[in-house]
Design a protein around this ligand. Structure first.
Ligand SMILES: *Cc1c(COP(=O)(O)O)cnc(C)c1O
Length: 364
């Protein structure tokens, strides 16, 4: 059967290998598997979230509140934006989908970093858009600007901090760049790891209020899947001026967020102490990865996130290393599909990280 030929060049998204598959394929006990592959919070979510979700479990037979009033109010207070400046998606992934479907079409150039989140390309190709990428591994605003002048893209993606490399764009450099972009170009700032960057160095922090106050053509994205520990609940959000949000609403399916997910996200956002403790631990443990990289002379990109990207020496092959680790029940991410001889490792608990170091040492 023939399908939309725009789909022909799409490579299906490869998610971090699920624990269940490793149990089946390698016969390893579930308890012996450590997954450091999807940048989840190793401490899970706030215990208050679990209580709150359990308390409303009987509402499952009813459709969710499609106005999402509770979560929108909580987000609106936290970020000092109006509820008309918010849209909620089943993960921020879904908001990326809304934005691309609303803005791009066949032949639209979509500009992004050489190495970045794979879903931008997948959604863009679905509508027949043309992908334009920079050459530098890390976001280089001058290169972005040159490519902007050359291609006049309909959408520009800035992923800060970037996945899968962990580097971030200096806030000033980003603002200066956006100020030079015409108002017909939608600039999407993906802040999936912004909680980490804000904690590490405020000069890399992008505050959505300031961003959308200044620019009518910017959409900021955030998620509950990373720092808030709710990857399984699928909740993310977009913040932009109301006219952009109104347009995104035209491509949103009704009831796209479940009742339990809405509740979980609202409560998670209120327990700031929990998230902050997790982030503190993250950067404490990250020092161990940096020291490990130094001792093996491995290039470790400075990370503003909850993962590290370790570029391996030429004598080692990232796919082989990932495979060897998998056989021992350690799931990490091989970045060879991004054209890098590198692995991406989510910072786990200290026990999980001990395990990682112990398993990888003999392979280096
Ligand atoms: C994880 C991630 C997302 C979105 O995750 P959701 O679970 O869909 O909210 C978006 N962008 C980047 C860069 C990510 O790493």
């Amino acid at each position: 059967m023939r399908f939309n030929s725009a789909l022909d060049s799409i490579k299906t998204y490869e998610a971090g290998k699920p624990i269940e598959l490793v149990v089946r394929e390698y016969g390893i006990n579930k308890e012996d598997i450590v997954k450091l592959a999807s940048n989840e919070n190793p401490f899970g979510c706030s215990p208050k979230v679990k209580e709150a979700v359990a308390a409303i479990i009987d509402t499952m037979s009813l459709y969710p509140d499609d106005s999402m009033v509770k979560l929108k109010n909580t987000l609106s207070q936290k970020y000092n934006v109006s509820t008309s400046e918010l849209i909620i998606g089943a993960g921020s992934d879904q908001v990326i989908e809304f934005a691309i479907h609303a803005k791009a079409h066949t032949g639209s150039p979509v500009l992004m970093n050489s190495v970045t989140f794979a879903m931008y390309e997948i959604y863009a190709k679905q509508v027949g858009a043309v992908i334009v990428r920079t050459a530098s591994r890390e976001h280089d605003m001058e290169e972005f600007y040159a490519l902007y002048l050359e291609h006049k893209p309909s959408i520009i993606f800035l992923c800060t901090p970037n996945n899968p490399t962990g580097d971030a764009i200096h806030a000033e450099a980003m603002i200066d760049f956006i100020a030079k972009i015409d108002k017909e170009t939608l600039v999407i700032v993906d802040g999936a790891y912004m909680e980490y960057a804000r904690f590490k160095d405020s000069s890399y922090a992008i505050e959505p209020r300031e961003l959308i106050g200044q620019f009518e053509n910017v959409l900021f994205l955030g998620t509950f899947s990373k720092a808030y520990g709710l990857g399984g609940m699928r909740v993310g959000y977009g913040i932009a001026q109301a006219s952009i949000i109104e347009t995104l609403y035209k491509v949103r399916p009704p009831f796209n967020i479940t009742t339990l997910s809405l509740e979980a996200a609202s409560v998670a956002l209120e327990d700031e102490a929990f998230v902050e403790a997790c982030i503190m631990d993250n950067f404490k443990e990250m020092k161990r990865y940096e020291a490990f990289a130094r001792s093996y002379e491995i290039d470790c990109i400075e990370s503003y996130t909850n993962f590290v990207t370790l570029s391996l020496p030429e004598t080692k092959n990232s796919s082989q290393i990932a495979q060897e680790l998998l056989k021992k029940g350690m799931i990490i991410r091989d970045l060879s599909s991004y054209g890098l001889n590198a692995i991406r490792v989510t910072i786990g608990t200290s026990v999980q990280n001990d395990r990682f170091f112990k398993l990888i040492e003999p392979l280096l």
